[in-house]
Design a binder for this molecule. Structure first.
Ligand code: AHR
Ligand code: AHR
Ligand code: AHR
Length: 479
């Protein structure tokens, strides 16, 4: 049986079921998610290949061919229409128009389930989904359960990569107004053993790893690529449970009384649903969501064990992040293809990454500035980093979405900013998406390098000329 059939049989039915990768009921054949594409702004729904099956990734690939796509809706499969939409501005503003959060790029989290390709939701900082007008989720001190299947290797320490129950006002309305799965290495509130990342419960004004507000050594650092995180709560009782989503069973990291700090017993749940953000629309966190549900009632450990067995049986596995791979170790040139600019190559002038006119008769120094060594991605080994030929140890990275040439300082942030994946070019050649912001693509604009959305809020996101500006021809290096 699928997760929501198991929860139903256990007497704690799903009241929300979100999965871009697969159906979460055996009989479900409806939409899993909606895509919006950059070329014409049109949308399409992606459904499972068969009842209860894996998402039709080929339909996404065909709809998005030659353009860019965002995940615009994550549908609720429970029948309650608790769909997840682009999160609106809350106490904190998102980066998109009107303070909305960004939508996730559609190609950031490819995986296979039982060998069949599917796409998860890759949440970059600034990305978030929400529904404030929900039916059937827990309110007040009502019991509930929830799980999320996540990428255990994609996280940061910002607030807060969450999935679960939050405020309907998009603001912090006080202790006990949230109950959500949190994943990451934030240490502002609680933490676990080691250096993280950890599964914690976001109960509002606190990420809890146990009963107290601070460190709970029984909450382990997670290292599995696929991770099942579970949170459940009922009057004066809650639990935090997790395990490798690709093998084995769940462990209990905490099960016991509610926090003794005021406001958490009884709880004051409001029932909105969030993904990728905190209750007040804090949106600095990152993570990847594949599937998750919320239930009515406190699920038994036995029910959760069956759900975990079903997740493992779904067969989550990694697949290539590139549709047009590069060869690590090659020295390359990266040629602009936009008509009128196609004598230019991606180059640098000091720390600025730009395009410059280069030819075989150019000075050696300019040839070297336009030559790059392909390295294994510093932030993800499935993608690439571009090391400068004339400044070894320095790599192309984005900073405030502009490209820069900087020395590798070995921080997690630098390595992720310096990692790009290589796709079949939107027009020709190769198109490179930022690994950490897969809705953003390496682009030249006014002959300067950026990572750009197709029609976003910055001037360099202009939809005019976008496809040409992100299509580059990779050739042998000048130097
Ligand atoms: O509880 C942690 C965070 O604190 C919540 O997600 C947010 O609403 C508040 O800033
Ligand atoms: O380029 C976007 C972000 O800007 C980078 O990830 C970060 O390092 C900088 O703040
Ligand atoms: O980078 C050169 C040009 O500048 C781009 O093709 C265009 O989009 C922008 O005006």
């Amino acid at each position: 049986a699928a997760p929501c059939d198991i929860y139903k049989n256990g007497g704690t039915p799903c009241v929300a079921a979100h999965g871009t990768t697969r159906a979460l009921y055996d009989a479900y054949t409806g939409p899993l998610y909606q895509l919006k594409r950059g070329s014409d702004g049109s949308t399409t729904d992606i459904t499972p290949l068969s009842a209860g099956g894996v998402a039709n990734a080929a339909a996404q690939d065909s709809f998005c061919k030659g353009t860019t796509c965002l995940i615009s809706i994550i549908y609720d499969q429970s029948g309650r229409a608790n769909h997840l939409y682009q999160a609106p501005k809350g106490a904190f503003s998102g980066p998109d128009v009107n303070g909305n959060d960004n939508l996730a790029g559609a190609i950031g989290a490819p995986v296979t389930l039982g060998g069949k390709k599917a796409y998860g939701v890759f949440v970059s900082p600034g990305t978030g989904y929400r529904n404030d007008e929900v039916s059937g989720t827990a309110t007040g001190n009502q019991p509930e359960g929830m799980y999320a299947v996540l990428d255990g290797t994609h996280y940061n320490d910002a607030c807060c990569f969450d999935y679960g129950n939050a405020e309907t006002s998009n603001t912090d309305t006080g202790n006990g107004h949230m109950e959500a799965v949190y994943y990451g290495n934030n240490t502002v509130w609680g933490s676990g053993s080691g250096s993280g990342p950890w599964l914690m419960a976001d109960l509002e004004n606190g990420l809890f790893s146990g009963q107290g507000t601070k460190q709970n050594p029984a909450d382990p650092s997670i290292s599995s690529r696929f991770f099942t995180g579970m949170v459940k709560g009922e009057p004066n009782q809650w639990a935090l449970r997790g395990g490798n989503a690709a093998s084995g069973s769940l462990s209990t990291y905490y099960s016991g009384a509610r926090p003794t700090v005021g406001g958490y017993n009884p709880m004051s749940l409001e029932g909105a649903i969030i993904l990728g953000i905190g209750g007040d629309n804090s949106n600095g966190a990152q993570g990847t969501f594949y599937e998750g549900v919320m239930t009515s009632g406190y699920p038994s450990d036995a029910t959760e064990a069956s759900v975990q067995a079903n997740i493992v049986a779904a067969g989550y596995a990694t697949t290539s992040l590139n549709t047009k791979p590069l060869t690590v170790g090659n020295k390359i040139s990266i040629k602009v293809t936009t008509p009128g600019y196609d004598t230019r190559y991606l180059a640098h002038s000091g720390a600025t990454v730009n395009t410059q006119v280069v030819s075989s008769s150019s000075a050696t120094s300019l040839k070297q500035q336009a030559s790059w060594t392909v390295r294994t991605g510093l932030g993800n080994s499935g993608c690439y980093s571009f090391e400068s030929v004339d400044t070894p140890g320095s790599f192309i990275r984005h900073y405030n979405f502009a490209l820069q040439l900087n020395a590798n300082d070995n921080t997690k942030a630098f390595k992720e900013d310096a990692t790009f994946c290589s796709q079949t070019g939107l027009v020709t050649g190769n198109t490179f998406n930022s690994w950490s912001y897969p809705a953003k693509f390496l682009r030249h604009y006014n002959n300067v390098g950026y990572i750009a959305n197709n029609g976003g809020v910055h001037d360099f996101d202009s939809a005019t000329g976008f496809n040409n500006d992100v299509s580059f021809v990779v050739g042998t290096s000048f130097a």
